[in-house]
Design a protein around this ligand. Structure first.
Ligand SMILES: Nc1nc2c(c(=O)[nH]1)N[C@H]1C(S)=C(S)[C@@H](COP(=O)(O)OP(=O)(O)OC[C@H]3O[C@@H](n4cnc5c(=O)[nH]c(N)nc54)[C@H](O)[C@@H]3O)O[C@H]1N2
Ligand SMILES: Nc1nc2c(c(=O)[nH]1)N[C@H]1C(S)=C(S)[C@@H](COP(=O)(O)OP(=O)(O)OC[C@H]3O[C@@H](n4cnc5c(=O)[nH]c(N)nc54)[C@H](O)[C@@H]3O)O[C@H]1N2
Ligand code: SF4
Ligand SMILES: [Mo]
Length: 888
């Protein structure tokens, strides 16, 4: 399997001879273009024996895409000589300073040459040997052998399979995966024109936060990131409370810098998390070691303790609550309330006889009552508090009111709308830096294509739907719109084709083991892939796609959610020609359109140059007044001609040539500039003139819209006020008898930290990263010792849904009772035992439809035991999955 060139076992080559052996082949790819088929390229040219950059200086520096959903957004450049990358570097476009930082890349971005030119890149189209359109032999998916086929054969097969599904079971039998991204993929255009497809929707990153806008309005077009102030103002906070955050791992690049500046300015940090992670360690945060999936209990008790200790009204900002929120008490109910419940009475126990005291919470969340009372005092209105929440605590079953409770607690202390005070979610590339994009993305001018089919299946029941033939329909186009959710409706569905145009859904969605079963049931599975990923492995046809390094150009940033921090946008250009036989997703879409009888000009209506011009011409930047957006890029008639586009010159701020050369448009920040941002400032200053976009115009501690939405969807019922609900596969489920405190079969809780070795599943095949960041299971030392498990032992982790093996790393940084499986390892199932050997997180999770369709990645329960079989080796020694052989 791990062969690089036919007949050569790489383990017998020294690194240097390996470099020599592959350099010639590499050059021929570059010079000969894409079709030098199967020569193994290697990035090693120009890299020394140790892998350190060579002193190579000749060549051209090109801004390279670092396009992953990695939590960062950085500037990475590649020195290209004779068509091949020879070095990488990061941002040196200006001096680094805290106020105007360089956008420096992380270990993954800097290893990217190793990824793009990896030995296991897919090189040509593949077909599973046992599959044919008429005899799918679905049970062999994941076990069968592969054969190389031509592009024509591959595309004919795919078109035939799609046509057959349409004829036999209608367009709804075609499932286009890719989460809410699928609506924007090239394949969604072809399949939209072909009569439509069934969509798949999830709440991946945001969890329960995806519906927060119902509580506090679609503030600035619904960007959750904008519920906190910008990074400069973070330095004015005295106490920074971090709930489920780890920017040091999950927002690599320069985001941790924002918190570091606040630390330098004297802020005190407190963290609420089962894991004392590197972020908290860096910031010397005080640790409140909450159990996973119990934050609701914890926060309700903080609210109780604020009420309890509000002598002389010193803690609670009653003016804020009375004027700016609805539903806190019986005197401030919204007009649309259907239930006679309010938050304060609930917390005091008026409805269920249980006051939400710190003692009540301690039993559930594990944080001492005294610590909860202390935090309540610190959260009082006279302290400048930033109450910040990452979204991991919302990626939990049955916490649909969690964001509402975070906002409620913040409102109780009046921590919104003024300098140094802020409350809300912050994560990813925007971590610690709320506010509108200072540089806003342009549009390429290509209009979307409607999907005539309105079926859309939630990630929590997609595999049950495939296997069982029905699902709960809750509307289509779920991305960000409030209006598109519909009351639940049971629908029959008969999925015949699963099409993976991008993303890694089988690997990254809940219930992978059932997902594999579902993949084995249908007639055809197709995947566009760069590597032999999990989606690819369980497919019939694999279409090899190019990476962003092989594309003409692109932009990263300019919108907030998941794209970039608010201050910069990267403009990357082509680093290398397309490798091997790889095609872009766009090219594949056009080829399939031809075969499906769909107008390819509608699939790809504009040239690359025209789309580039359109994007540049509509890109805007906030002027130094902090109020007016003006054209960002200056485009001359010569530029337009060189792009081969049509359009007028644009009088913008930065010359296009300069943007291309720099590779980044970063807005320069300095103290006292006009780019600051205080979330909810307008609203708090004048709520009548600037109401929130909610039915009451206020922050809704009682939110009828949220409750109606959830309750109509029908998976389970929630209250319009934040209440404690039983969490399926949460802490209480680790007991067989809660009242007697008897532990059950699965006594431990699992969380999935987003891991520095990977961006989800991406980069997991890069040797450097495997070496730097092993992929263990993290166990609390006492839990492990109790089971006779020592550091490095192979451990079997079992849940009701699946089992996986990992080598243990023991730590005191996880609270007892918690097991951390790093997110995103590529599943590797032993077909005899059904046990995964890779530590794939979702092999342990199940399909649990609930609430607002929220995935419950951090609500999983398990047991651990020392593995009696053969120990796992180090994962750096695991062979790469090389299915495309050289020279074949
Ligand atoms: N258990 C558990 N599961 C989780 C999470 C968790 O914490 N725990 N986190 C969730 C979160 S927050 C998220 S956002 C999701 C992410 O879930 P995914 O989006 O499914 O994860 P990625 O690994 O980023 O998938 C990207 C895939 O696209 C491929 N790719 C890259 N470029 C291209 C291209 O140009 N064309 C094509 N066709 N393919 C390309 C990559 O090789 C990779 O296979 O995972 C979720 N799943
Ligand atoms: N290196 C790396 N970075 C990434 C990604 C990646 O795959 N790799 N993915 C990116 C994406 S798409 C996303 S959405 C973000 C996610 O970013 P985050 O949500 O910040 O990432 P996580 O590591 O899942 O969780 C952060 C912290 O929440 C804690 N936590 C987990 N469950 C609970 C809980 O129930 N309660 C409390 N209080 N704490 C809890 C974890 O212990 C961890 O310390 O990361 C982004 N950044
Ligand atoms: S944080 Fe993301 S964008 Fe930045 S270098 Fe790392 S992988 Fe690339
Ligand atoms: Mo995410």
């Amino acid at each position: 399997m791990a062969q690089t060139k036919e007949g050569h076992d790489p383990s017998k080559l020294t690194r240097r001879s390996f470099i020599k052996a592959t350099t010639a082949a590499t050059a021929s790819v570059a010079v000969g273009g894409a079709l030098a088929a199967c020569a193994a390229p290697a990035p090693q040219e120009g890299l020394s024996e140790t892998g350190a950059p060579s002193p190579e200086t000749e060549g051209t520096w090109i801004t390279a895409a670092c396009w992953h959903n990695c939590g960062g957004r950085c500037l990475n450049k590649v020195l290209v000589k004779d068509g091949m990358p020879v070095r990488q570097k990061t941002d040196d476009t200006h001096e680094d300073s805290p106020d105007y930082p360089q956008q420096r890349g992380c270990l993954r971005g800097r290893s990217q040459t190793r990824q793009v030119l990896a030995e296991d890149r897919l090189k040509y189209p593949l077909k599973r040997k046992g599959w044919s359109p008429d005899a799918p032999n679905g049970e062999m998916r994941g076990k069968d052998e592969w054969e190389r086929i031509s592009w024509d054969e591959a595309l004919d097969y795919v078109a035939e399979g799609l046509k057959k599904a349409k004829e036999q079971a209608g367009n709804r039998s075609i499932l286009l995966s890719g989460g809410w991204n699928s609506g924007g993929s090239d394949m969604s255009r072809v399949l939209g024109l072909f009569g439509g497809y069934t969509e798949f929707w999830n709440t991946n990153s945001f969890g329960a936060w995806s519906k927060t806008p119902f509580v506090c309005g679609f503030h600035h077009s619904g960007n959750w990131d904008q519920t906190i102030n910008d990074r400069f103002d973070l330095r004015n906070s005295e106490i920074i409370v971090m709930l489920s955050m780890n920017p040091a791992w999950s927002a690599m690049g320069s985001q941790t810098w924002n918190y570091w500046q606040a630390k330098q300015a004297g802020a005190r940090f407190i963290c609420i998390d089962p894991f004392y992670n590197d972020t908290y360690s860096l910031l010397e945060a005080e640790w409140l070691p909450v159990r996973p999936a119990t934050d609701m209990a914890f926060m309700l008790a903080v609210a109780y303790a604020m009420l309890e200790q509000d002598d002389d009204k010193k803690l609670i900002d009653w003016d804020f609550l009375n004027n700016l929120t609805v539903g806190f008490d019986a005197d401030h109910m919204p007009a649309d309330a259907k239930e006679n419940v309010n938050f304060k009475d609930y917390v005091m126990g008026a409805y269920d006889g249980t006051p939400k005291t710190p003692e009540w919470a301690e039993q559930i969340c594990g944080v001492e009552a005294a610590k909860i009372r202390e935090l309540a005092v610190l959260m009082g209105k006279d302290n400048k508090v930033a109450f910040l929440c990452g979204m991991a605590s919302g990626r939990v079953h049955n916490v649909d009111n969690l964001p509402q409770l975070v906002m409620t607690l913040g409102a109780m202390g009046g921590h919104m709308g003024k300098s140094g005070h802020m409350t809300g979610s912050t994560m990813h590339a925007t971590s610690g830096n709320g506010g509108d994009a200072l540089i806003a993305a342009g549009s390429n001018g290509v209009e979307g294509i409607e999907n005539p089919v309105d079926d859309s299946i939630n990630a929590n029941e997609v595999y049950d739907a495939i296997l069982g033939g029905s699902y709960n329909w809750t509307g289509a186009g779920h991305a960000f719109s409030a209006t598109q959710y519909q009351p639940g409706e049971k629908r029959d569905i008969d999925i015949r084709v699963i099409y993976h145009p991008a993303a890694a859904d089988l690997q990254t969605s809940d219930g992978m083991k059932k997902g594999i079963e579902a993949h084995r049931k249908v007639d055809m599975v197709v995947t566009h892939a760069q590597f032999f990923t999990t989606n690819a492995r369980y497919s019939d046809i694999i279409l090899p796609v190019t990476t962003e390094w092989e594309k003409d150009w692109g932009f990263l940033g300019g919108t907030l959610v998941h794209s970039s921090n608010r201050e910069m946008m990267v403009h990357y250009t082509k680093v290398i020609d397309p490798l091997y036989e790889c095609k872009s997703d766009g090219e594949i879409a056009v080829e399939l359109a031809k075969r499906l009888g769909v107008n390819e000009n509608e699939v790809a209506p504009l040239t690359s140059g025209q789309m580039l011009y359109n994007t540049l011409a509509t890109m805007t930047v906030l002027d130094s007044d902090g109020k007016t957006y003006v054209p960002a890029v200056n485009i001359t008639a010569d530029d337009i001609e060189a792009m081969g586009a049509e359009g007028d010159p644009v009088d913008g701020k930065l010359e296009y040539k300069e943007l291309r050369e720099l590779g980044v448009y970063q807005v320069k920040r300095e103290q006292g500039d006009n780019y600051g941002y205080i979330a909810f400032e307008d609203y708090c200053n004048d709520p009548v003139a600037n109401p929130l976009d909610t039915p009451s115009g206020k922050l809704e501690i009682y939110c009828q819209t949220l409750a109606d939405l959830c309750n109509n969807m029908g998976w389970n019922q929630i209250s319009p006020i934040p209440t404690y609900q039983h969490v399926v596969n949460g802490y209480e489920d680790t007991f067989s008898n809660w009242d007697a405190q008897e532990k059950g079969e699965y006594p431990l809780q699992v969380i999935n930290p987003h891991y520095l070795r990977r961006s989800h599943t991406v980069f997991d095949n890069v040797g450097w990263l495997r070496e730097a960041w092993a992929n263990p299971v993290f166990l609390n030392t006492s839990d492990a010792t109790e089971k006779g498990i020592a550091d490095g032992d192979t451990v079997l982790v079992s849940t009701a849904y699946g089992q996986t093996l990992r080598n243990a790393t023991l730590t005191q940084c996880l609270r007892p009772g918690v097991v951390a499986i790093p997110h995103g390892a590529w599943v590797d199932v032993d077909e005899e035992t059904g046990v995964d050997r890779a530590g794939a997180d979702n092999y342990l999770s199940g399909q649990v439809p609930n609430g607002l369709g929220t995935s419950g990645f951090n609500s999983v329960i398990c047991k651990i035991e020392k593995y009696s079989g053969e120990a796992l080796g180090a994962d750096v020694d695991q062979p790469l999955r090389i299915v495309c052989k050289d020279g074949e």
